[in-house]
Every structure is written in C-alpha cells, then in structure tokens.
Design a protein around this ligand. Structure first.
Ligand code: FMN
Length: 157
C-alpha cells in the first residue's frame, strides 16, 4: 500500500503531524508533498491519499481547497484520509466541514481533528496581534492530540 500525504503548514505544526504519519503508517511507501513547493503532485500511482492543512481565520489554506476541487473525481477512487490542525476546540468540527468538500468527507476512511499549537516565536507582528485579540493568548501553547493522530494512522495503515 503506497500513501501520498499532501499538506500545507504555516509554522510547522502540520509538518510535525505529517512526520508522525509518515513514521506511523510504515507499510509500503509513504511520501509527503508540501503544496507550497509542488502545487500539483502526481498521485495516480498511490493507493491512499492523505490531505491535511491548518486553520487560519476560520479557513484552511486555499491551495488545499483548490487541490480537493480539482482532483475530486480521482480522490474518490482512493483510500482517503483528511485532517486539520486547529486551536478552537468549539469550532473544530465546523472548521473541518468547511475545509473539505462534502463528497470527499463522506468518502474518507479517516477524519482527523488533531488540535494544534500556537508558536508565538514563529509569528509575525500581525499574527501575534490577531492571536492576542481573538484567542486571548500571548504565550506559546501545544494542544496536539497525539491519540487522535495515532487512531488515524491505524485506519490509514
Ligand atoms: C493568525 C492565526 C490565526 C488562527 N486562526 C485560527 C482559527 O480561526 N481557528 C482555529 O481553530 N485555529 C486558528 N489558529 C490556530 C492554528 O490553526 C494552529 O496554530 C495550527 O497549529 C497551525 O498549524 P501550522 O503551523 O501547520 O500552520 C490560528 C493561528 C494563527 C497564528
């Protein structure tokens, strides 16, 4: 079973999750592609595709949305896993539903709502300001749900 992971990250948390997925899936070959560096990875040779991104101001990265829309039919032929990194526990489910098209959500074998991290030292001035105003946070904080990541791995392995 070969797996392709397509992802985007702002400050590295989604990349951290992807590293855990790559190590955890273990069977067959697992490749990870950052859409920032390669906007249209070839995935016809893969049996499974995992797509993941992070939520900023309520939205996943637009390139993740575009990738899902452009390749919807081909993705419906794959074993599919979808995940988000996010911090707002109350809105997580809504943010996930808004991030991925309904057809893909229904088809996906695994949904991952993995929580996230606020890494103040990696934020620019505007990001720090927004996080202070919206989330009322001025310190770095980790809320990654490793149990949920490992359950996702079990399904996608
Ligand atoms: C400027 C900013 C805006 C954010 N907005 C949201 C949001 O609207 N909802 C949410 O759940 N998390 C929000 N987050 C939290 C991120 O989703 C979280 O930090 C995530 O771990 C980022 O992952 P990444 O480093 O892979 O991009 C925001 C974070 C920042 C820095």
């Amino acid at each position: 079973m070969n797996t392709l992971i397509v992802y985007m990250t702002q400050h590295g948390t989604t990349r951290k999750v992807v590293d855990r997925l790559v190590n955890g899936i273990g069977t067959g070959t697992t490749h990870a592609v950052d859409l920032e560096k390669n906007e249209s990875p070839e995935f016809s040779d893969y049996d499974s595709v995992i797509i993941g991104g992070s939520i900023h101001i309520g939205q996943i990265q637009p390139r993740i949305k575009r990738f899902c829309e452009q390749h919807k039919d081909a993705l419906l032929e794959k074993k599919l896993g979808l995940f988000i990194c996010f911090m707002n526990q109350e809105l997580g489910k809504q943010e996930f539903d808004n991030a991925y098209p309904e057809e893909l959500r229904k088809h996906a074998k695994a949904h991952g709502l993995f929580g996230g991290e606020l890494l103040i030292e990696k934020m620019n001035f505007i990001e720090k300001f927004m996080v202070r105003m919206i989330a009322k946070e001025s310190k770095s904080k980790s809320q990654l749900n490793y149990e949920a990541i490992d359950e996702f791995i079990t399904v996608m392995r």
